[in-house]
Write a protein that binds this ligand. Structure first.
Ligand code: F42
Length: 148
């Protein structure tokens, strides 16, 4: 795997690619909320498991004691986001929450732990609950494993 220094493959959703670019260029000082909601975001970097391209994924910030939840909601779409498959193939990611990204691994949360972190995610961003209502797929929730 080329790792994080491979060729960058911007999101096909332009507003997302723009937000990731502006966030990174400003060391997390700009474009650090979801549109005008005032709710903070983070940016996760993964490597495309099919293409080897570097993928940058803005996500809502759900953090507790240095651990972050990574919620594969994709607005309640029928299918998981593409990056979900990247994480299954290689759980090593970069998380950027502010000026400096840090490397960590992620793992899928299940059972009671997932329930606890799902509640925490919905508390941080209530639309997650509507997204789950919209789709039959259980929205996957990953947890980072090393603190920032
Ligand atoms: N998405 C969430 O799921 N949860 C959030 O909390 C969230 C918050 C958020 C805040 C701000 C913002 O700007 C965007 C936000 N998003 C959130 C959207 C998120 O950043 C992603 O855009 C979204 O989850 C969709 O992810 P996606 O990986 O499906 O991206 C699509 C649009 C895309 O760019 N697809 C690429 C393409 O070329 O079609 C491929 C992406 C990819 O990683 N491909 C892999 C590869 O090998 O390159 C293969 C993946 C596979 O399918 O096997």
């Amino acid at each position: 795997v080329m790792g994080f220094d491979g060729e960058y493959g911007p999101s096909t959703w332009e507003w997302v690619a723009d937000q990731a670019a502006e966030y990174e260029a400003s060391n997390g000082q700009q474009a650090n909320t979801l549109r005008d909601t005032g709710l903070p975001i983070i940016v996760m970097t993964t490597v495309g498991h099919k293409t080897g391209l570097v993928r940058k994924v803005p996500l809502m910030k759900v953090e507790h004691e240095g651990i972050y939840a990574i919620v594969a909601s994709k607005g309640g779409a029928v299918n998981h986001p593409g990056w979900y498959h990247n994480l299954l193939a290689d759980p090593t990611v970069l998380i950027q929450d502010g000026p400096e990204p840090f490397e960590t691994t992620v793992r899928l949360a299940t059972g009671g732990e997932r329930a606890e972190w799902w509640d925490r995610s919905v508390a941080a961003f209530s639309p997650y609950a509507e997204y789950q209502e919209k789709t039959d797929r259980e929205i996957p929730l990953f947890l980072t494993e090393t603190t920032a």
